[in-house]
Ligand binder design. Structure first.
Ligand code: TRP
Length: 460
């Protein structure tokens, strides 16, 4: 039995197109900017191990659930949740999950865009040869100069939001789908080049040890929550992005296979980024826990000392911008799809509205690195004592909203939707893999998320 619904927004041209778009969404700043710096702040190996376990037992089953719900509903997450809740004869309150996702998308994109702006700025800084021969101190001061200037950050943020609006306005199947096909492999190759450089940095072993040798004494309960939150963030889960992409997926495609393919590619990119960065960190006596500026303070050292470094550096940041761009569009697609469905807007108008809201929220992050750098709104709590507004936004979205959204998605897919619907939509046969998935989303995933939450607030 095929699902009777059709999406008014169109469909991916093929299964491969979906994989590219979903990989485009998953692979982004999360892998290259965020993963290394949070792994560095949380002690390395043990954190990485927990993150990998979360990808496998929480991330992949939830990705399958999101794609499945999206394809069955074939509308924006808000309307999909309404339709499927009605179909399952359960509470209409499930639409709130769609709304929470839209809010999370705005909040995440608001800071994501500011960081993508840094990457844009670095295209020019590396390309002009500014880093050639510089020491760690010189590289660090260039970063500090950039982020302490609110006007510059605002300008780059505005440019990046505009870029995102343009692509979203033209529809997901336009240019970016094609571009991602070339850019993702190129990013891979360039990461290998960087790992090659790290290999010769003199501290390769130390970097690898830091990343892959678990030392659980360095991992706090809060660190475990951050690792789990990142598994959601990096796979674009918990807010409806993958759900809305799933709603454009052709009916015949195997949801399990595409989800696993996307997760593996995403994980590889993150690990490669870590392997490129930490050797450089140790070779130059830098701090692994340097925070959000980590890649901007380490990779330019590598580019500054390799042959054709200005060229490779520029290429790297161009690719990073593209990776961020193809992720950013998925963060407002749920909102845009809803505006088109329920407010009768065309995609252009919907993109402008969604882009403007995000741009406004983005000011909080712009100021967090300069005018408000001493504003620590939750300093009364030990874990948040040094957190800026940006840190709190990131924490709230990645570590609370996404896992909570994922938890509800798992409960909906495992307990509310009928078994017949999910058997039908996943089409994995009834032998081993379907029961395994169902067991994971019904029991393992929800329990794991709840335990990690309780653990982080010290109850468990
Ligand atoms: N996964 C992207 C990254 O790692 C970011 C992203 C895109 C995202 N869409 C999302 C994160 C939806 C959470 C939810 O850079």
């Amino acid at each position: 039995m095929d699902s009777p619904r059709k999406s008014i927004h169109g469909q991916w041209s093929s299964r491969l197109a979906f994989i590219l778009a979903a990989t485009g969404s998953a692979v982004g700043l999360g892998n290259i900017w965020k993963f290394p710096y949070i792994a560095g702040e949380n002690g390395g190996g043990a954190f990485v191990l927990i993150y990998l376990v979360c990808i496998a037992v929480i991330g992949i089953p939830i990705m399958m659930a999101e794609v499945m719900i999206g394809r069955r509903g074939r509308q924006s997450p808000i309307n999909t949740m309404r339709a499927l809740a009605t179909e399952a004869k359960t509470s209409r309150a499930w639409v709130l999950l769609g709304w929470a996702g839209v809010l999370a998308g705005f909040l995440i994109l608001s800071y994501y865009s500011v960081i993508a702006g840094w990457a844009l700025a670095y295209v020019f800084r590396t390309g002009s040869g500014l880093f050639t021969g510089l020491t760690a101190d010189g590289v660090q001061s260039i970063f500090t100069t950039l982020v302490s200037d609110p006007e510059r950050l605002l300008a780059w943020h505005t440019i990046f939001i505009t870029m995102t609006m343009v692509v979203v306005a033209r529809g997901v199947r336009g240019g970016l789908e094609k571009a991602v096909k070339f850019l993702m492999p190129a990013l891979f190759v360039l990461l290998f080049v960087l790992v090659g450089f790290a290999w010769n940095s003199g501290s390769f072993e130390q970097g690898i040890e830091f990343l892959f040798q678990p030392d659980f004494s360095k991992l706090s309960a809060n660190g475990i929550l951050i690792a789990m939150g990142h598994a959601f963030f990096t796979l674009s889960l918990g807010m409806g992005a993958i759900m809305v992409y799933g709603s454009y997926l052709p009916s015949g495609a195997s949801i399990a296979k595409v989800s696993i393919a996307v997760s593996i590619m995403d994980t590889l990119v993150a690990l490669l980024a870590g392997m490129a960065i930490f050797p450089v960190v140790f070779a130059n006596g830098l701090e692994p826990g340097a925070g959000p500026g980590l890649i901007f303070q380490t990779l330019p050292i590598a580019f500054g000392h390799m042959e054709y470094g200005a060229f490779f550096g520029m290429l790297f940041f161009v690719l990073l911008v593209f990776a961020a761009w193809s992720s950013a569009i998925s963060l407002i697609e749920p909102a845009v799809a809803w505006l088109v469905e329920n407010r009768g807007m065309n995609r252009v108008m919907a993109s402008v509205v969604a882009g403007f809201v995000t741009w406004l929220f983005g000011l909080m992050t712009v100021f967090s690195f300069n005018l408000w750098s001493e504003v620590k709104p939750m300093s009364g709590f030990e874990v948040f004592k040094d957190s800026t507004v940006f840190d709190l936004l990131d924490y709230l979205t990645a570590n609370i909203m996404l896992p909570a959204g994922g938890l509800l998605i798992a409960i909906f897919a495992g307990w509310k939707m009928s078994r017949a619907s999910s058997v039908d939509e996943l089409a994995m046969g009834d032998r081993f893999f379907y029961p395994l998935w169902r067991f994971l989303v019904r029991y393992i995933t929800p329990v794991a998320v709840i335990i990690v939450f309780l653990n982080a607030i010290g109850i468990f």
